[in-house]
Write a protein that binds this ligand. Structure first.
Ligand code: NAP
Length: 247
């Protein structure tokens, strides 16, 4: 039997890594979930089958969130499917390690389109709907590099820093409409995004972290779930990072 709960959520980039953990935790907690994916269609289908077999309510939708038109279609599909959307998790993102002096315009623009403009497009498309309903919650997945900056990831750091600024400003603008906007800025999390690091490099990183461990996608999913359920937090950038960055 489908376990139906009243709250409906869109998770962008839900096919792998942190997004997959968010999709699973929220679906298993009774939320109706739209999983957005772009390239990983098989993975998205597997997650859908697994969760549906367990009786949870999930649909998948292909959209490249770096494109306005795709974001529009994703939001339209989601509203049509579930009637209304309560929560948007802007999680989709890319990273690239490159010297600042080697960055091309394409590198820069691709990073901004995918990490930052996607948040603008998705949040704006859903804001019209949420303002009408006078309720909603938007959670943006940022990064510690958006707070302290990461060498050889200037464009990534800039995109995440801009997300933090967007989050704070939008929280002020949408607060009177009873819409909360927050960001989560994870430290290092064990996903494909970090598969470029050697085992030795990961060990070195671990030593820099007071809790002595690399985060897991579920650590971020639990923070998302807490923020989704909270009713008084808005405009905040929360950083689950094992104590790596303390500000
Ligand atoms: P990941 O394992 O590489 O997964 C990235 C996800 O984003 C995939 O589901 C991918 O979907 C999706 N995606 C990428 N471009 C997209 C696009 N144009 N349209 C739609 N979906 C797109 O990365 P992750 O580590 O889970 O990262 C998730 C978020 O956390 C990102 O915003 C990242 O910047 C942030 N973050 C990660 C870490 C970390 O250490 N891992 C730390 C701080 C912040 P497809 O495969 O279907 O294309």
């Amino acid at each position: 039997m489908i376990k139906v709960m009243s709250k409906n959520v869109i998770v962008t980039g839900g096919s792998r890594g942190i997004g997959e953990a968010i999709v699973k935790l929220l679906a298993e907690s009774g939320y109706n979930v739209i999983l957005n994916y772009n390239k990983s269609e098989d993975l998205a289908n597997n997650i859908k089958d697994e969760l549906k077999n367990e009786g949870y309510n999930i649909e998948i939708f292909k959209a490249d969130v770096s494109k306005r038109e795709d974001c529009k279609k994703l939001v339209e599909y989601s509203i049509k499917k579930f009637g209304e959307i309560d929560i948007l998790i802007n999680n989709a993102g890319i990273s690239q390690v490159k010297l600042f002096t080697d960055l091309t315009d394409d590198d820069w623009n691709n990073m901004m389109q995918t990490n930052l403009n996607s948040v603008f497009y998705m949040s704006q498309e859903i804001a019209h709907h949420m303002i009408q309903r006078k309720k909603g919650s938007i959670i943006n997945i940022s990064s510690v590099w958006g707070i302290v900056g990461g060498a050889c990831e200037v464009h990534y750091s800039a995109s995440k820093s801009a997300i933090n600024g967007l989050t704070k400003a939008l929280a002020k603008e949408l607060g009177p409409s009873n819409i909360r906007v927050n960001a989560i800025a994870p430290g290092i999390i064990d996903t494909d995004m970090n598969k470029g690091f050697t085992v030795e490099e990961m060990e070195e990183l671990k030593e820099e972290i007071p809790l002595g461990k690399i985060g897991k996608p579920i650590d971020i999913a639990k923070c998302v779930k807490w923020l989704v359920e909270d009713e008084f937090t808005t405009g905040q950038v929360i950083s689950p990072n094992g104590g790596w960055i303390i500000i």
